[in-house]
Design a protein around this ligand. Structure first.
Ligand SMILES: NC(=O)c1ccc[n+]([C@@H]2O[C@H](COP(=O)([O-])OP(=O)(O)OC[C@H]3O[C@@H](n4cnc5c(N)ncnc54)[C@H](O)[C@@H]3O)[C@@H](O)[C@H]2O)c1
Length: 356
């Protein structure tokens, strides 16, 4: 029997409420299929750890995580810790240090869920945003000077490398090739005349290797309108770090809730472990109420299993999520229901047992 070692980092806020539900589901599917085992190690990293130690993760955190098969991550963010500290101290060092250059974020309208967009039905919204995940606007290059003077200045420089663009763009073409063969490249080269023209050039160059894929270059502002007006026209979208970050919250909103949006930070070469986490944050407005939607976290578990090689188990979880939402009986308040977090997991577990 195959055994996988999973590092679990629940993090902060509702991360601590949805991560245990995700693990419960993973344990269930491992038992049902009987073909693999998951061994977990928990890491208490996050803002509470920061308030105690001054660090978001152990100093040798990447060294500790490196041997794991995958990382299962909840969310970070705490009202009393500045967001740039929590993000830059934990999620970004993992994504950048482990060359998780593909941030894979599907937006799929699933049965029983009402999109805020009028008349959208299952099948109308089914696309993937591939967000560049290691450089661009989030590289962290810059600084501040002339503190407390009128001339105070802040500089934040985006960094785009040929290697960085080529690898994420090639992955996106390959994904489009395996789907409906449409790729939209999010750009802003009308205004960003250095970085985004470079991005566009490389997208065109790599496109020559994939003649079957239809490429569209769309300015990110027009693209955000298209997410709302014509989401059915989207198949795969490739975007820079910042553009992809913004577009995928919109992608989550149009499929019904932040609580339905999974995400995988992937190192396709498997040199390092990949990390699976919901798109949503720590949701301080609902923390402690027991009503966080666990579906995004559970879906991330399916993506993680798919990536480590347990495809059948991943498909079963995906199907069980859809069977649960289709009934509209057990849904958390973000989806118009009154179920609690644990009840949604219970319902998905029941669907899995029936599939057995
Ligand atoms: N990857 C991450 O860990 C990550 C991502 C985004 C934000 N954050 C952090 O999270 C904190 C809160 O940020 P925010 O409010 O902008 O974003 P958020 O995603 O935490 O919340 C946005 C809204 O969506 C709702 N929501 C989110 N997840 C939900 C779920 N599973 N079920 C039901 N409702 C859900 C929240 O209640 C809130 O109304 C900040 O500190 C931010 O820095 C972390």
């Amino acid at each position: 029997m195959k055994e996988y070692n999973i590092a679990v980092i629940p993090g902060d806020g509702i991360g601590n409420e949805v991560a245990p539900e995700g693990v419960r589901l993973l344990d269930t599917i491992a038992l049902i299929t009987g073909s693999f085992k998951l061994r977990y190690e928990y890491f208490p990293w996050g803002c509470e750890y920061y308030l105690k130690t001054g660090r978001m993760m152990a100093e040798d955190g990447l060294k500790i995580l490196k041997p794991f098969d995958a990382i299962y991550f909840g969310a970070v963010g705490f009202p009393t810790v500045p967001d740039h500290i929590s993000l830059r101290g934990l999620r970004l060092p993992i994504c950048q240090g482990f060359e998780q250059y593909v941030c894979y974020r599907p937006s799929e309208l699933i049965p029983g869920i009402k999109s805020p967009l009028a008349d959208k039905k299952v099948g109308d919204i089914d696309f993937v945003v591939i967000r560049e995940n290691t450089e661009g606007e989030y590289i962290g290059a810059g600084g501040r000077a002339h503190h407390n003077l009128n001339s105070e200045v802040a500089v934040e420089t985006s960094v785009f490398t040929r290697t960085g663009i080529e690898r994420v763009v090639r992955y996106s073409y390959q994904l489009a090739q395996s789907r409906r063969k449409n790729l939209v490249s999010a750009t802003k080269s009308n205004a960003q005349q250095h970085s985004m023209t470079f991005w566009d050039e490389i997208v065109d160059e790599i496109g020559k290797e994939y003649p079957e894929v239809k490429l569209e270059r769309v300015l990110v502002d027009a693209l955000s309108a298209r997410f709302v007006l014509r989401p059915e026209s989207l198949d795969v979208v490739v975007a820079s770090n910042l553009f992809g970050d913004i577009l995928t919250d919109l992608g989550a909103a149009i499929v019904g809730s932040m609580g339905l949006a999974p995400s995988g930070n992937i190192n396709p070469e498997r040199t390092y472990p990949s990390m699976f986490e919901p798109v949503h944050g720590s949701a301080p407005d609902i923390v402690g109420k027991g009503i966080a939607n666990p579906i995004a976290m559970i879906w991330c578990g399916a993506m993680m299993l798919d990536f480590i090689g347990e495809k059948k188990a991943a498909e079963m979880i995906h199907a069980a999520i859809k069977a649960t939402t289709a009934e509209r009986k057990v849904l958390t308040p973000d989806l118009g229901g009154n179920a609690r977090t644990t009840q949604v997991t219970d319902a998905i577990v029941e669907k899995l047992k029936v599939m057995k």
